[in-house]
Design a protein around this ligand. Structure first.
Ligand SMILES: [Fe+2]
Ligand SMILES: [Fe+2]
Length: 288
């Protein structure tokens, strides 16, 4: 089986040693949801928690454009493989957000997708951007691997998030939609993991920088764009129970297989934080 044809919710086929980019580019296309039974969405339950999580996810899928801007600022486009990948990746991600938005509307909730460029940055966010830009220009090669490693954590957790949610939901249309998105997230993960692995293998300085930056700055997908307590809600719901904990452990173990990252446990730590805050009653207010 070609790596790009991994089953839904799995990432075992990806070792970081290779990625069939030509196959991925040839197969990349708009997510096809035309055959889903959209009219039947309301015939099945959709919980308020699911709608809240889907709202978070569709906004963050749309935020891919802003992440791409940051990646390109680090000169990632100078790598021909990354340049080829990013165009298809952005195209696919934008359709994920639209497909989720369509589901939310079909479920009877009027909620538009956020536009990432509309966020007005605070002074501290601007200063952080400036600092990141300066460091990324000084250490361009290392920084590309920072983004590739960061991206592989985010793609992997997104893959498991969609897979878990598909398993949990009582709505068959949502389950099928999420399984289809997860299939594409699996390929995205494969590419990022491959590039991260190659970059980390190549240099001790890169391994040091990636490790240091992840330890000090990494946050789960969407945190920062969304309030921390909203990310808590997502983590506690999507990665609930024993299956959720097992998925979190698998994400950490997969990342820990990368050169220099044997210590990696950040998803587990952040998941525990979210559960602990919830236990203490520190939770985000329910959206109006
Ligand atoms: Fe996506
Ligand atoms: Fe993705």
């Amino acid at each position: 089986m070609a790596p790009a044809e991994t089953a839904v919710g799995t990432s075992e086929a990806y070792t970081g040693e290779s990625f069939d980019l030509a196959f991925y580019l040839a197969k990349s296309k708009q997510l096809d949801v035309s055959d889903l039974d959209w009219d039947s969405v309301r015939d099945h339950p959709v919980s308020a928690a699911e709608i809240r999580c889907l709202g978070y996810m569709m906004d963050i899928e749309a935020h891919t454009l802003c992440y791409l801007r940051d990646v390109l600022n680090a000169d990632a486009g100078a790598d021909p493989e990354i340049a080829d990948f990013l165009g298809c990746w952005l195209y696919e991600e934008s359709y994920h957000g639209r497909a989720i938005e369509r589901f939310v509307r079909a479920a009877g909730v009027e909620r538009s997708i956020a536009v990432c460029g509309q966020h007005v940055k605070s002074l501290s966010e601007r200063l952080e951007d400036l600092g990141t830009w300066i460091v990324s220009r000084l250490f361009a090669k290392q920084f590309v691997t920072v983004y590739m490693t960061w991206g592989s954590i985010q793609e992997h957790s997104t893959l498991f998030g969609y897979t878990n949610m598909a398993r949990q939901t009582k709505n068959p249309v949502l389950a099928e939609l999420l399984r289809r998105i997860a299939r594409e997230e699996s390929r995205h993960f494969g590419f990022y993991y491959y590039k991260a692995c190659q970059g980390l293998k190549a240099s001790a300085l890169t391994r040091f920088m990636v490790g240091w930056l992840l330890r000090h700055f990494w946050t789960p997908v969407g945190e920062g764009v969304k309030p921390k307590l909203e990310t808590d809600f997502l983590l506690a719901n999507i990665f609930a129970g024993d299956e959720g904990a097992a998925a979190i452990e698998r994400i950490d173990k997969t990342m820990a297989r990368l050169p220099g990252l044997s210590w990696f446990d950040l998803m587990g730590r952040r998941h525990c934080e979210a559960l602990e805050r919830r236990r203490l009653g520190i939770v985000a207010p329910v959206p109006a």
